[in-house]
Design a protein around this ligand. Structure first.
Ligand SMILES: NC(=O)c1ccc[n+]([C@@H]2O[C@H](COP(=O)([O-])OP(=O)(O)OC[C@H]3O[C@@H](n4cnc5c(N)ncnc54)[C@H](OP(=O)(O)O)[C@@H]3O)[C@@H](O)[C@H]2O)c1
Length: 251
């Protein structure tokens, strides 16, 4: 049976993987959650929207006769990744995760680790500061509990609703970002503190390099825990896995 992949996407790595799959003539579909108004065009056919939990995903895998699933979602998309493990187990479809290595602090970096968004909010209980809040739109509401700061927000889409933070400036921009660009932005904004998820990868690391260069501390939100699964950081390993995991062998 020829492979028929499902790639769980929404990341630069997923788009790069889909390009390599298309070039290799491997059939598949990329799935996006639908959070971004104008997603990047994808080299594979595309579907948008949730599956309806792990059971919904298992139903989809069976109905579409999916032979392999590659979870290339963002490391903080913990619900989708947990559903992928459970849904693939139910449907008997093999799964591999294509992930980014986490960022590591270098010499001279001042990173303060927190376990989650709530930890980052708690770390912002002090005096008003100019904060570059680089956590994505969906988590902004939590930071309403620390309203004393002036927040710099970089968003993919312009906000359509009133933001819950009384003092803020929005920059609408899509990565990848450069260290020179982020240095200029943070200097212009007088940034005193950066809040970042430990997303890994190269597209969003510029703010950390800029923070290091400016001596600005970083509140680093560590990654959520995920169920055990087969995982690689390399697209070549995914292609190899497809080749060595014939479509009719099951999990
Ligand atoms: N979290 C981040 O910081 C971040 C950053 C950049 C990009 N992204 C991308 O944005 C998407 C959503 O992230 P999230 O943090 O909201 O995820 P999440 O909390 O793990 O997912 C919540 C629900 O959204 C649906 N969903 C998520 N990713 C999907 C996908 N690729 N295809 C179809 N449905 C999906 C699933 O709904 P059902 O249960 O109904 O199936 C899932 O249970 C992901 O694709 C991720 O790769 C996330």
């Amino acid at each position: 049976m020829a492979p028929n992949l499902l790639v769980l996407g929404g990341t630069t790595e997923a788009t790069a993987l889909c390009r390599r799959l298309a070039d290799a003539g491997i059939a598949g579909t990329v799935s996006l959650a639908g959070r971004v108004e104008r997603p990047r065009p994808q080299p594979l056919s595309q579907r948008v929207g949730g599956f309806g939990g792990a059971e919904g995903l298992a139903d989809y895998l069976r109905a579409q006769k999916i032979t392999h699933v590659v979870d290339a979602t963002h490391p903080f998309a913990a619900r989708m990744s947990a559903n992928a493990v459970a849904g693939c187990a139910v449907a008997g479809v093999p799964l591999i995760a294509l992930t980014r290595a986490p960022w590591q602090a270098g010499p001279g970096d001042d990173w303060r680790h927190v376990p989650d968004i709530a930890g980052a909010v708690a770390a912002l209980s002090g005096a008003p500061a100019r904060v570059f809040l680089a956590v994505g739109r969906q988590h902004l509401a939590a930071f309403a509990a620390a309203p004393q700061h002036h927040y710099l927000l970089r968003l993919v889409d312009p906000p359509t609703e009133q933001l819950p933070l009384p003092h803020h400036r929005v920059v609408v921009e899509r990565g990848p970002f450069t260290e020179a660009g982020d240095l200029a932005l943070m200097r212009a904004q007088g940034t005193e503190l950066v809040v970042s998820k430990n997303s890994g990868g190269s597209g969003a690391s510029a703010k950390l390099a800029a923070a290091g260069a400016l001596g600005v501390p970083v509140i680093m939100i560590d990654r959520p825990a995920l169920p055990a699964r087969r995982e690689t950081h390399e697209i070549a390993t995914v292609l190899d896995w497809i080749g060595h995991h014939p479509a009719d062998l099951g999990v």
